[in-house]
Write a protein that binds this ligand. Sequence first.
Ligand SMILES: Cc1ncc(COP(=O)(O)O)c(C=O)c1O
Length: 397
Amino acid sequence: MDRKWEVARQIRQYGAKEKAYLAEVIDRAALSHFDNEGGFLQRFQEAFAARVGVKTAIPRANAMVALAEAVSVSGASTTDEVLCDSIVQFGALAAAYFNAVPRFVDVERNSYNMDPASLEANITERSKAVIVTHMWGLMADMDRIKKICDAHHLFLIEDCAHAIGSSWNGRQAGSFGDLGVFSFQEFKQLSTGDGGMLVTNNEDLAWIIRNKLAFSGESPKFMTMNFRMNETTAAVGLAQLEKIDYVLEHYSRTLGILNDAIGGCQWLKPRAVPPKAGQAGYWFACTWEGDKHGLDYRILQRLNEEMGIGLRFGFNQEPPYQFDLFRNAKLYGHPDCPIRCPLYTAKSPYRYQRGLCPTVEDLMPRLITVNLIFMSMEDAERTANRLQKAICIMDKG
Ligand SMILES: Cc1ncc(COP(=O)(O)O)c(C=O)c1O
């Protein structure tokens, strides 16, 4: 097995508890939610809701389908716009899945999260919903974003794929929006291999999701899918949730080690953590500002290679609106469908083009990141030492 996976699995401590819970599922021979009162799906969702501090949690197959389902529940559809992040593509894809038009919002240069001013500036008469991503364990400014959504009657979806344990003003990620969406995919803090969770304080919404969108009705009244999680996944999820504090503590410590390594460096700028934000350990990120100090980015990239530091330069390389599928309107493989469909563009032509979100375009190539999922404490120390040496070499010229 590749060493990085070995480390990731050691941190997660898959073991006796997961095995015991899985054995219970098999012994009960009840692998789905059907006729399974008190099973792991129920136990996992109740424990998860308590952890996030919301009334209801609904287990899902993964976060991507949960996001798409959230768009569907928001009522956004053909001709409506869903405002979403420009640093990752997930919200935009979810919007497009139910034929809504993704409208990209710029980020704040220092936090890398959605910029509330850009959100407000992008609202049109067709805006229906907002999907805000709490990027790499740091929550977006939920005071301002929530206020804007309330003022404009926009349905608020929080993408909490990176944000279990993240908080804003003491409240957990996922508890601000109409719906919150979590991911349990392999690269997330809590992993079941694949899996997801919808959370909400709105019992009416929860009822709609469970009863109308559940693909359980004999004759669905509108477009739906099977978004459900199964009992074996929930069994692992519950076991992992019971260990999540340990896992988050580990990632927070490794994040602290890497942040300390760039302390005092004039040209690597740490990510700004707003005073109200409680950051959960996940990815380390900072920005290259060396061009403002007469330094050559390529030299740091070469040192990274030579010294085996393990930094990743740039993230996604370009904003999602520059991806071929949006820019050339090829979402479904057919040119122009659906983005340039007259239904979309008749009222407000919207083009995915360079310059749409200037801050994210400037930010992306400057981002330097390390995925902490694969880092033991020793790995973090080694990376930090090497990074500090590279900083010294750069400073000496
Ligand atoms: C921010 C964000 N949202 C959504 C997703 C989709 O998660 P999943 O793989 O569970 O569908 C990801 C996955 O990487 C993500 O990073």
